[in-house]
Structure formats: C-alpha cells, structure tokens
Design a protein around this ligand. Structure first.
Ligand code: SAH
Length: 257
C-alpha cells in the first residue's frame, strides 16, 4: 500500500496523527526534500529506506514506490502542506492506477493555514468577503487566461498566492489592474511554522517592494485582501439575536435577528 501523506507546513508537530503513525510504520519513504522539514524523518523507524524526490523524476519515484509496494512494503510519499494543492499527486496516482497499485491520501495542514495562523487572521469575515481564491502567479507553469490574477482581483475577495514570491512585480501589477486599490492590505509569510518564520505586512501597492526589502524570493505565501486589515462584522452564528439548531435566540435588534 502507498500512502500520500501531507507533512504540514514545516513544524514537525503539525503533521496529522495518522500521517505520523504511517511514517513510523513505513518501510520506504519518498519525501519532497525541497520543502518538507527533514526533522519529520526522525519519526521513521530505524532501517526505513528514505528517498528525497527533489532530484528524481516522476518515472523514478513511481518505480521506487511501485516495486516496494509490489514487494509487500508499506510506503509513504510525503508532500509538503496538503498534497492536493500544487502537490503533483494526480500524475503519480495515474501512474499507480496504470500499474494496479493501491494507494490512499492523508490530508495535511496546508501552508495556507500555516500562514494564516502566523498572521492570526481569519480569511472569511462577514461584511468583508466570504470567499478565498487559491491561486498562483504565472511562472513556467501556465495559468489559464480566465484565471489570471487580474481576473480574480476583480472579485475583491481574499486571495492566497502560492509559488509566487519571486514573481511579485508582475503579480502586483495584475492585482492592481484587476481592481484592488493599492492600499488594500497584503502580507507575505515566509516559512510559516518553521523556526525562522517571518511575517511581513504591506499593501497590494507595496508587495513587490516588501519582498525585495526582506529578500524573500521563495517558500512564502502571499495573502491579499481587506480581511487582513482586521475589519469586519461579527458573525451571526454567535449573535444573541440569532437562533439556530443548537441555541434559542435571546432577543436583540442586530442585523442577525
Ligand atoms: N501542498 C503545499 C503547497 C506546495 S507548492 C501546501 O499545501 O502548502 C509550494 C509553495 O507552497 C511555495 O512556493 C510556497 O508558496 C508555499 N509554501 C510551502 N511551505 C510554506 C511555508 N512553510 N510557508 C509559506 N509558504 C509555504
């Protein structure tokens, strides 16, 4: 059996209990060495065979995993954050399907949530926005035109940009052209949950300068949107005037009554 496991954003205790248990039981581990904290490998048992996929191709990782699985070994393919976001797991699962090798997926804490925890912010606030756009600036991987930063910016929702820290000159231009005002709050979170984590608050108009000033070019999450400004209405859920299946209304004359 092969388990795709989300390692979380970096801190070794942010892997799930299930992920940690599978790592501890694995005979073979293939981990994404460019981003996964190697400290997590201390959860592996002695004698576990460990491969860093940073220098490997899809063909090579598939070969390692398939031959181990066919020999009856327990395998973990360890990805940073949650494997479903920019994890390139679909192509690996397609190869395993072709080879008839079973697998499952264990979710992880995405660096998106490592970053929001570092900033102590909520991405969705009543009266501000109820949506988060998870996307990236176009680099070597093309982004469909209808999903350009400019197109998403027109919604004015919260935006999370992965894989974009080195592309902020162009990204900033696109965000402004799409409709964010230059003073809309933004933040860059470098290595969320790692010991050298750093958070930099800026605005859409100063994103590129902020990254330049602090020398951030990679392993950073960029967040944009008015929620970062701390404004917003309180939610109806905990409003005294709002009744729901678990609580009767106490009365009141607020907007939730
Ligand atoms: N599956 C991962 C994302 C992989 S793509 C997840 O869910 O987090 C790699 C990108 O993720 C990086 O370019 C960066 O934008 C972001 N990233 C990964 N780890 C990070 C961390 N600890 N802090 C901030 N951003 C991180």
């Amino acid at each position: 059996m092969i388990h795709f496991v989300g390692a979380g954003p970096g801190a070794p205790d942010l892997i799930t209990v299930r992920g940690a248990r599978l790592l501890g039981a694995a005979d073979v581990v293939v981990y994404a060495g460019s981003l996964v904290n190697p400290e997590l490998l201390s959860l592996c048992r002695p004698g576990c065979e460990v491969h860093d996929s940073a220098g490997m191709t899809l063909e090579q990782t598939t070969e390692v995993l398939c031959s181990a699985a066919k020999a009856g070994k327990e395998c973990v393919r360890l990805h940073t954050g949650d494997p479903a976001l920019y994890g390139a797991i679909a192509e690996q699962m397609a190869e395993l399907d072709r080879a008839g090798v079973p697998y499952d997926v264990v979710p992880g804490v995405s660096s998106l949530f490592g970053a929001t925890a570092a900033l102590r912010c909520e991405l969705t606030r009543p009266g501000v926005t109820q949506s988060v756009v998870v996307t990236r600036a176009e680099g070597r991987t093309p982004v469909p035109e209808r999903e350009s930063l400019r197109a998403w910016a027109a919604h004015g929702a919260t935006m999370a940009l992965f894989l974009s820290a080195g592309l902020l000159e162009g990204a900033q231009e696109e965000l402004l052209a799409g409709g964010y005002a230059s003073d809309v709050p933004a933040a860059i979170v470098y290595r969320a949950s790692w010991p050298d984590e750093a958070t930099y608050r800026c605005t859409v108009g100063t994103l590129a300068a902020c990254a330049r000033e602090h020398g951030v070019r990679k392993t950073a999450l960029v967040l944009v949107g008015d929620v970062l400004g701390g404004e917003g209405d309180r939610s109806c859920l905990y409003d005294p005037g709002f009744a729901h299946g678990y609580r009767a209304a106490e009365g009141g004359d607020g907007p939730c009554t």
